[in-house]
Structures are given as C-alpha cells and as structure tokens.
Design a protein around this ligand. Sequence first.
Ligand code: MG
Ligand code: ZN
Length: 221
Amino acid sequence: MTRKVIFCDFDGTVTERDNIVAIMEEFAPDGWQPIVNDILNESISIREGVGKLFSRISSDKKEEIINFVLTRSKIRDGFQEFIDFTKQESIPLYIVSGGIDFFVHPVLKDKLNPEQIICNHSDFSEEQIKITWPNKCDGLCQNDCGCCKPSFIRKVDNQFSDYQKIVIGDSITDLQASKLADVVFAREYLIEKCEENNIRYTPFETFFDVIHALEKEEVRS
Ligand SMILES: [Mg+2]
Ligand SMILES: [Zn+2]
C-alpha cells in the first residue's frame, strides 16, 4: 500500500451543511447572499468574501454562534469510523478548512488533535467579527484563498516524500487542492468543478464510502 496523507475539507464535507452559510442565514443582516454568490462564481476571492461576510456580524454573537453550530451542524455519517481507520492505518489526516477556528475546533474537539486542524482564525476584540489568516497563500498560489489548501499541501510535501495525496471535499475551496491531489473524493459542486477541469475523482456520500474505496484501493486517479 502506498503511503498516504489525507487532506479533508470541513464545511459541507465533515459537516453535512456549509456552516458559514448556515451562520449567515441565522446571524447576518440581509445582503450576505450576493457575497456568497460572488465567492462561488469566483468574482471575488474566498479570503475577501469570507472576511466581508463575518464583518457583518457583531463580535458579541460569538458564544451564540458556537452553540448554534454545535447544536445544528450534523456530522456526515462514518466520520468517526473514518478517523479510527486513519489511525489504524497510520495515515496522517489533516482537516484543512476555509472555516473559522471558533466554530471548527469545538465541533472536532475530542475527535482530533488541534495540530490536525488547519483553518482561519478570528478576532473578537472589535465591534464586528474580524477574520485573520494565518494560513495564507504561498508564492505559488495567486488565488487569495484565505486558508490556502495548496500551500498547506506544499508544506506537507516537505515532510514526506513519495506519498499519495488524497483530497476530500465538496466545493470551490477544494478545487485548487484537487489539482495537486493524486486521489480526489468529491461531492456536490466539486464534482462539477472536477468535470470542468478534467480532474479524476471518486464520488462519495458518506465517510463509509471513502473508507471502503481506500480499503479496496478502488479510487480513480
Ligand atoms: Mg466545503
Ligand atoms: Zn491559495
């Protein structure tokens, strides 16, 4: 079995729904939807868009948002088994997320070590929520990702040599990483983007599908 490293998205992948969209629906004043559309059709960068979205919400909503995400977000079936599988097979697993630390970490608490979670950070010291970007694009990415998945993959490249990069995701934020991957597991919009860009992918619905495909090495690459 080839050595593997897994880079897995969070919003819409680990969780069934996109938490950022759910948070906007619940907490943001009207007018956030055009910003989401601009991100999806790539007319503004993900970093710019996500920053704009959260700047519409007051910092004192922090605890309410965390509780909202913890009670409302549903984890995709098989995720715990998938974590157990990666441990058993000694496959490094990273959750690389365009989500924000204050809601991503609480959802994954008791499941993963904090070092396995790469995401954007947040600052509640001002009136409105400010997003900070400790994982920005390196010199090789011009997409202004916010949390740059390809840059993180390149960082990991320096630690391991000769390994299979596995990317799991559902949307536009996973496209650039998918271009670097050896194996892509895709759902929803990422399927369309893979088709458009001629990237081979394995569709999945639950993490049980991913486990089975990896066990049988039934992946398209
Ligand atoms: Mg996603
Ligand atoms: Zn980038």
